[in-house]
Structures are given as C-alpha cells and as structure tokens.
Design a protein around this ligand. Structure first.
Ligand code: HH2
Length: 385
C-alpha cells in the first residue's frame, strides 16, 4: 500500500528528503510539482527495479530512501492513464493510493450484521471503566454510573460507545485480563442491550475482546494494533476493528519517540497489520486505522501526524483519531485534562478537514456540533435535519 505525499513547501520537501536519505540532487527542487509524490514505505529491493522500469517510459522515477522506503515521482495524470490490467502489483498499489487519497466516496466500515455510514463524521464516546484513566478515571467504575454516562453520550449524539477497562496512558501498568473483564462485563452487556448504540471494546487482550464481542460489542478498538491472537478473535466473531499504532507497551512507550519519518513509519506499521489481518481472513471493509496520538510520540511527532492526517487516507480505510484532552494539546494550548476542550475541538476540526471519519472523544456534545459545522463547510452540503 502506497502513500500519497503532498508537500506544503520546497523547504519541507528538501528537509524531508535529506532526512530520508534520498540521493543528493536526485530531484531538482526548483522544478518540482509539490503534489506529485508517492511513498512506498516497505518496498523490497527487487520491487524498486521492476517499478523503475515500468514507470520510466511514462516520465516516472523511483528513488531509494534509507531502509525499505522508496519515493516515486510521477505526474498523477500519467499514473491514471496506465492500464490497470497491464500493470504490476506495485503499480496498481500506486494507482489505488492515488484513487483512495482523493476518493469522494467514504470507505465502508462494517461488521457481521451491521455497519457505520461514514458519509458524515462519527463520534465514539469514551467510557473508561477504570480507576486511573488520565481524564475520566474513577468516575464510571460503578456499572449504573457507566450506563448512565453512556445514555448521556448517546443523547448528545455519540454514534458508538467505546468501553475500556484498562488505562493505557503513558507509564500505566498492565491490568490482568480477568480484572479488566470484571470491570467492563456488565457495562458492555447493558450498554449493548439498553442504550441501542454500537459498542466498541477498547482492549489489547484477545480473551477480553472475545468475551466483549459475545456480550454484544461489535468493534474491537485495539491500541496494540491487532496482533496475531486478536486477528483470530476479530475474524471468528465477525467484528470490525480499529487498528492503532503504538510502539512497545504503555509502561515504556515514551522512552523511544524517535522516528525516521513519523507519518511514514506509522503508515508502514498500519499497512503491515492491515495486510496481515486481511491475509488471515478479516475482510478489509471491517478495518479502520488510527495513528495513535500520544502513544510513543513526542510533541513534534503528534503535531506532524495532526498536520498530515490526509496521507493516511491513501490506505483506503476509515481513519480514526483519539486526540481528546491529550497532554500534547495541553503543551500547545495550556490547561490540564479537564481544561483542554478548545484544543480538542480544534484537533477534531483539523482532522475532519483532512478527511478523518472516526473521532474518539470525551466531550461528545461539543464535538458533534463542531464536526457538523466543519463537515458542512468542507463538503458544502448542509447536514440533514
Ligand atoms: N487513546 C487512548 C485509549 N484508546 N483508542 C484509539 N483508537 N485511539 C486513541 O488515541 C486512544 C484509544 C488513551 O486515552 P484514554 O482512554 O482517554 O485514557 P486512558 O488510557 O488513561 O484510559
């Protein structure tokens, strides 16, 4: 899966090419059209040669970067004119990325027996049934309080209720699966049966996910990116899944926040996990991707992701983000977790403008209003009454 890169300036392109190890002088910066680049973030060496030969007659160049990454420079019209039936698998990946990046129609997001229409932005209301989550920890440990909060978020316009029983904030310690399940079991059952909103379960444990899906949840929100055991559960239970990028474990993830290119590295990870899940039998239409803001990223990394969310659309899967009240917002706009509403709404607006469809948030009412305004202005279509 390839990634379309649009540079905002020549300086940005030059700095990135130096960092990625592109051969000096390989492209003339004064000549470039800033919108004609496509990255392949995990290209085998033999692929570079095949693609190079295929693109050369159409004015395309393939340039090696450090590691398995390559940059393709080709006029988009030339790429569109190439006949898919005669193209190699790699070339079709480039064509798919360009098509998906600029697609007008939203991607499907489905599970067995249901789906979420992504022709408008959708909100996942956060319900942490934990003693220690960074913003709402300790508030919904009692099942009645949790169900009441789910009702409130539903009334405020939440499309999905995202229930979690383990805090994954930086430096948090893992919770045994039985403890995690005991916290959320009643809440999942009751929210699914009584509130009438689809439920996602925010867990990294396959055994917790399976029990939650059998109790009524329909989406697995996995901050550890759908590892092997989790893929089997998602396939066998017919669930949808949000595949999130995280480096290492919550306890240690902030120890290493360096990337060659944060967006490209996150994309390569998500691409691998989506590809593995599809190979294992999970339909693509059941997978969404999430760059994992704050999970093993520093301030610069979070801001780079926020400013380049549109690149993630090249994968052709719905994009989710969880910026709500996170500490990087406090670092740029001030305030503790309870005092980051404006910055959280700004993050939702910026993400919506770039085509993100799924928003995991604490402040449902305010986010729903913000998103309907931004979405109407972005599409030029007023929301249905
Ligand atoms: N962030 C958190 C938890 N789950 N899921 C997705 N898909 N994306 C995210 O960014 C994300 C997530 C962490 O936030 P929160 O649940 O509010 O806090 P805590 O981990 O302390 O429970």
């Amino acid at each position: 899966m390839a990634r379309v890169r649009v540079y905002r300036s020549r300086a940005e392109a030059g700095e990135e090419w130096r960092r990625l190890g592109l051969p000096e002088g390989a492209l003339d910066l004064s000549e470039i059209d800033l919108g004609r680049f496509i990255f392949l973030d995990s290209l085998p060496p033999e692929g570079m040669e095949v693609l190079g030969k295929e693109l050369a007659p159409h004015g395309g160049t393939v340039l090696p970067c450090h590691g398995p990454r390559a940059l393709v420079a080709i006029p988009p019209l030339a790429l569109g004119a190439l006949v898919p039936a005669e193209a190699s698998v790699l070339l079709r990946e480039l064509q798919d990325a360009v098509r998906d990046r600029y697609a007008g129609e939203p991607p499907a997001f489905e599970w067995k027996g249901g789906s979420l229409d992504l022709s408008r932005p959708r909100v996942l209301g956060i319900l942490n049934v934990t003693p220690d989550s960074f913003s709402d920890g300790g508030r919904h440990l009692d099942a009645d309080a949790a169900v009441a909060r789910a009702w409130q978020m539903r009334r405020e316009g939440a499309d999905v209720i995202d229930v979690g029983g383990e805090s994954t904030r930086p430096r948090s310690m893992p919770v045994p699966p039985d403890v995690e399940w005991a916290r959320i079991a009643d809440v999942i059952r009751r929210v699914s049966a009584e509130v009438g909103a689809p439920v996602s379960v925010d867990t990294r444990r396959p055994e917790v996910a399976r029990r939650a899906l059998q109790a009524g949840a329909v989406i697995v929100n996995d901050v550890s990116g759908l590892r092997e055991g989790m893929v089997d559960v998602v396939r066998q239970e017919g669930a949808a899944a949000i595949v999130m990028h995280m480096r290492g474990e919550p306890a240690t993830m902030q120890n290493d926040t360096g990337y060659v290119d944060v967006v490209g590295d996150v994309y390569a990870f998500l691409e691998r996990r989506v590809r593995d899940a599809v190979r294992a039998g999970v339909p693509r239409e059941r997978l969404a991707i999430d760059p994992g803001l704050g999970f093993g990223k520093d301030l610069a990394g979070n801001l780079a992701i926020m400013s380049r969310l549109d690149e993630l659309r090249s994968m052709g899967r719905p994009v989710a983000i969880g910026a709500s009240r996170k500490s990087f917002l406090g670092r740029i706009a001030g305030g503790g977790p309870e005092d980051r509403l404006e910055a959280s709404l700004a993050a939702a607006a910026v993400a919506c403008w770039q085509g993100v469809q799924l928003f995991r948030v604490h402040d449902v009412k305010e986010t729903v209003r913000t998103l309907s305004a931004v979405s109407a202005m972005r599409t030029g279509i007023s929301p249905a009454p």
